[in-house]
Design a protein around this ligand. Structure first.
Ligand code: TRP
Length: 345
């Protein structure tokens, strides 16, 4: 029987890439649902900063460091409890990288050829015109991304990995890789399940496309009240005039509002859309809703980022806890693969 997640306590692992500045999309799609899930008594949560994943795209030491600080502070500001959650930096856990190599040696290259991110990069090259090298500009880091992610997950025996839809393929690959390891070396690795955050909102950015740092259309979480107001006013709307009924479902303002409002507030706004509320009024309501929820975390965030040494202490304590589990498990995996002492067999 393969090791499904049968542990009495559910292990939940999720990583957050340290690229850029945290924004509303991260809050609705990842931070809030993950923190909520971590509060369930039967859950053991491992949340980490995927900083070696970030290195794939960030080749600027100061930017990487800044983003690591900001993203760690964001999670803490929204209530991640480092006593409850094992909260660490990926790069502090050398066992993960050792496992990455072991897994790499078992992973079919063809499997990586099929990864969406890699295929998209090749497609971009091909779209740019006739290419002598469709892999131009693509690093081994990008190519191997899913294997590092598999190691993140398998190292801590995750049963459940809460991810967005875009990560489902990575989870499938993790399962494949783990099964291959188990086939050769015994049932050591827990085969994880993706738990897709259906309820977690994908929200639209300033231009109506999905809010994402790759589109540069984000609303950062920790701007001032004034700046937040300015950004909300910039969200694109269509030209339906005030007083004309509007369709809430096609509206990115509505989506954004819904992601942060109570069901009652959402129902009220939907009714007001049909009654022909003006866009200016919608924006005003959205702004007040957001500002009310962001004001306190904003203060905590400012305090936290002013004292980076405290964050460092929290992350190191998290790394100690994580390594206390990773090191003995890696030893077991090494032994299973034949890396044992020659002296006492
Ligand atoms: N690839 C994930 C993302 O972009 C981040 C990540 C890295 C991750 N390692 C992970 C998520 C392990 C879950 C589990 O969102």
């Amino acid at each position: 029987m393969s090791k499904q997640a049968s542990n009495a306590r559910q292990v939940l692992v999720t990583g957050i890439q340290t690229t850029g500045t945290p924004h509303l999309g991260n809050l609705a799609g990842a931070i809030q649902p993950a923190i909520e899930a971590s509060r369930a008594p039967e859950v053991r949560a491992f949340f980490f900063l995927a900083d070696y994943h970030a290195l794939i795209g960030v080749w600027d030491a100061a930017a990487l460091r800044r983003s690591t600080l900001e993203i760690a502070a964001a999670w803490l500001a929204f209530g991640l409890d480092p006593e409850r959650v094992v909260f660490y930096r990926q790069s502090d856990i050398p066992e993960i990288f050792e496992l990455t190599w072991m897994l790499s040696c078992l992973t079919a290259k063809g499997l990586m050829n099929r990864a969406h991110a890699y295929k998209a990069a090749v497609a971009d090259n091909e779209a740019a015109g006739p290419q002598d090298d469709p892999d131009r500009g693509i690093t081994m880091g990008l190519y191997n991304y899913p294997i590092l992610m598999a190691a993140d997950i398998l190292m801590f025996k995750a049963g459940r990995v809460p991810v967005g839809r875009d990560q489902v393929q990575h989870l499938e690959m993790t399962r494949d890789i783990a099964a291959r390891f188990n086939h050769h070396f015994g049932e050591k690795l827990v085969i994880p399940q993706a738990s897709i955050r259906e309820e977690a909102a994908v929200i639209a950015g300033l231009d109506g496309r999905k809010m994402s740092k790759s589109y540069g259309n984000t609303i950062p979480l920790f701007v001032s009240r004034k700046q937040l107001h300015k950004l909300v006013m910039k969200i694109k709307t269509d030209s339906t005039p005030p007083d004309e009924p509007k369709d809430p479902d096609g509206s990115s303002l509505f989506q954004l509002y819904r992601a942060f409002a109570t069901p009652d507030q959402t129902r009220q706004l939907a009714a007001d859309y049909r009654d022909g509320i003006g866009w200016g009024e919608v924006k005003k309501r959205l702004f007040e809703l957001l500002d009310a929820q962001l004001a306190e975390p904003r203060e905590r965030y400012v305090e936290l980022t002013a004292r980076p040494a405290e964050i460092e202490t929290i992350l190191r304590a998290g790394a100690t806890k994580a390594r206390a589990e990773a090191a003995p498990f890696l030893a077991e995996l090494r032994e299973a693969a034949g890396f044992t002492s020659l002296g006492n067999s």
